[in-house]
Design a binder for this molecule. Structure first.
Ligand code: CU
Length: 146
C-alpha cells in the first residue's frame, strides 16, 4: 500500500510539474453549475455588535479541509472590506486580516471588527486556496458594527 501511495504521489508530482510547465499559473478547479455560497445569518444592511457570528452556507458543493483534493469541494474564505481582482481570482487567496481562510473546513466563525460599516463576502476555494472556475462567491453585503 505504501508503495502504491508513493507511486501515486510520484505520478501526481509529474502531472503537477507538467501542468506548471504547460501554463504559468496552476489551473483552477472547475465548479459544478449552480454551486453557491451565502451568508446564512446576516443580510445587507444589518447592524451587529462585535464580536459577531457569521455562518457560511454552501449549496451544490461540499466542504473539505485545505490540502484535501476532492471533486466538487472547497473551503470557505471570508473577505472583509476587500475585493478580489480578476488576476487574484486565479491565484491562491492571500492570507491576512481581510482574507480569512477556514482551511479546517469550518462553516462559521466569530468575527471581531471595529465600529462602522464593513463589507463581508464569502469565497470558496479549492484544496490549494485557488478560487474555482467559475467562481463560487457570494454577493458582498454591507453591515454596520455598532
Ligand atoms: Cu484557503
Amino acid at each position: 500500500m505504501a508503495i502504491m501511495a508513493s507511486i501515486r504521489t510520484g505520478l501526481f508530482l509529474l502531472a503537477s510539474l507538467a501542468a506548471i510547465a504547460a501554463s504559468p499559473a496552476r489551473a483552477q478547479t472547475a465548479s459544478p453549475s449552480g454551486a453557491k455560497v451565502y451568508i446564512i445569518n446576516l443580510k445587507d444592511g444589518d447592524e451587529v455588535t462585535s464580536p459577531f457570528l457569521v455562518q457560511f452556507g454552501l449549496s451544490g458543493m461540499g466542504v473539505a479541509p485545505a490540502g484535501v483534493e476532492k471533486p466538487n469541494t472547497g473551503h470557505h474564505h471570508l473577505l472583509i472590506d476587500t475585493k478580489m481582482t480578476d488576476e487574484e481570482m486565479k491565484q491562491p487567496i492571500s492570507s491576512d486580516d481581510t482574507h480569512k481562510h477556514f482551511g479546517g473546513g469550518q462553516t462559521e466563525a466569530m468575527v471581531t471588527l471595529p465600529p462602522g460599516k464593513h463589507t463581508l463576502q464569502l469565497l470558496l476555494a479549492d484544496w490549494s486556496h485557488i478560487p474555482h472556475s467559475p467562481p463560487v462567491m457570494s454577493e458582498p453585503i454591507t453591515i454596520t458594527v455598532k
